[in-house]
Ligand binder design. Structure first.
Ligand code: PEP
Length: 268
C-alpha cells in the first residue's frame, strides 16, 4: 500500500492554502509569478492546487486557464446547500461553475473559529462530491489531545464522522489532510515519523470504512508548518501523499521550492 513497497503509486498533491491573504490584485501577481516560473517537469509527477480567498477565484481561474498554467483551482471552504437563504455562504455549485477542482473541507480554523461540526463536515464532503469536485478533508488532534495520548481516538472520530457511508469509489478518490492543530502556523511541524504514523492510521480507517482498494488510492496529505526545508523529508514517508501548505504557499518562489522538493522525491 505504500508508495515505495506496494504496487499502487499515488500521485502526490501539493496544495497552497492562502487563508485570508492576498486580495485579487495580489493574487493575480502571485499566480502569474508562479506561472512564469513553473516548468513542465515541476508538475510531471506532482499535482498542485492553490486555494485563494473566494474574492480571488474568478481572477485566478482566468489567469490559470488563459495562460495554461498547470495548477488546479481550489477553494478553502463552501456550504453544503446548492442555493438558498444562507447569507454570506458560497455553494459548491458556484465553485464547480468556476472550474474549481478541490475544496478544503473542515479545516481546523473552520471547525475551531466558526464552529463547523462533524455533521457539517460530512454534509460538505458529500456536497463537494455531488458536484464532481474533490474534497480535501482536514482532520487532526489538538496539543492537549496528543499529550493525553488521544491522537488516534480523535482521528478516528473525525474520519468516521466525515466519511461513514461513502462508497469505495468516493472514498478512494478523495484527499484527507492530516493537520495536527499544534503544528498549524506554529513553526513546529510534526516529525516525518509522527506524520507517517498518523497517515498510516488514517489509511487504516479508510480500509475499515471502504475496503483495501479505497485505502490504497486515497491520498493523505500532511499539513502544519511545511517549509521548503522540511517538505522532502515529510513526503519521503511512504504514506504521506503530499502537503497542505499555508504560510509557505503565499510567495511564488517559496511555494515552487516546495513543489520541486516533492517532485524530486517522486521522480523515477
Ligand atoms: C494550513 O493552512 O492548513 C497550514 C497547515 O498552515 P501552515 O502551513 O502555515 O502551518
Amino acid at each position: 500500500m505504500s508508495n515505495l513497497e506496494g504496487s499502487v503509486v499515488r500521485r502526490p498533491l501539493v496544495s497552497g492554502n492562502w487563508k485570508m491573504h492576498h486580495d485579487h490584485i495580489e493574487a493575480l501577481h502571485t499566480v502569474r509569478d508562479l506561472g512564469l516560473r513553473l516548468k513542465a517537469p515541476d508538475v510531471g509527477s506532482v499535482d498542485v492546487s492553490i486555494h485563494p480567498p473566494f474574492t480571488d477565484l474568478r481572477t485566478v481561474q482566468t489567469v490559470v486557464e488563459g495562460e495554461s498554467i498547470p495548477l488546479a483551482l481550489g477553494a478553502q471552504h463552501c456550504y453544503f446547500e446548492d442555493r438558498g437563504a444562507f447569507t454570506g455562504e458560497v455553494s459548491p455549485q458556484m465553485l464547480a461553475r468556476l472550474g474549481t477542482r478541490y475544496v478544503v473541507v473542515g479545516h481546523s480554523e473552520r471547525r475551531r473559529l466558526f464552529a463547523m461540526s462533524d455533521a457539517a463536515v460530512a454534509a460538505t464532503v458529500r456536497a463537494v462530491l455531488r458536484h464532481e469536485m474533490t474534497p480535501i478533508c482536514c482532520v487532526g488532534e489538538s496539543e492537549a489531545e496528543r499529550d493525553a495520548g488521544r491522537t488516534e481516538t480523535c482521528l478516528s472520530v473525525q474520519v468516521r464522522a466525515a466519511f461513514n457511508g461513502l462508497s469505495a469509489a468516493q472514498l478512494g478518490g478523495l484527499v484527507v489532510a492530516y493537520e495536527p492543530l499544534w503544528a498549524i502556523g506554529s513553526g513546529r511541524a510534526a516529525t516525518a515519523v509522527d506524520a507517517e504514523d498518523a497517515c498510516v492510521f488514517i489509511r487504516g480507517l479508510v480500509a475499515e470504512l471502504a475496503g483495501a482498494e479505497a485505502a490504497s488510492t486515497v491520498r493523505v496529505q500532511y499539513g502544519g508548518s511545511v517549509t521548503a526545508e522540511n517538505a522532502a523529508e515529510l513526503v519521503s514517508e511512504p504514506d504521506v501523499d503530499g502537503l497542505l501548505v499555508g504560510g509557505a504557499s503565499l510567495e511564488a518562489g517559496t511555494f515552487l521550492d516546495i513543489i520541486r522538493a516533492v517532485g524530486g522525491c517522486y521522480r523515477s
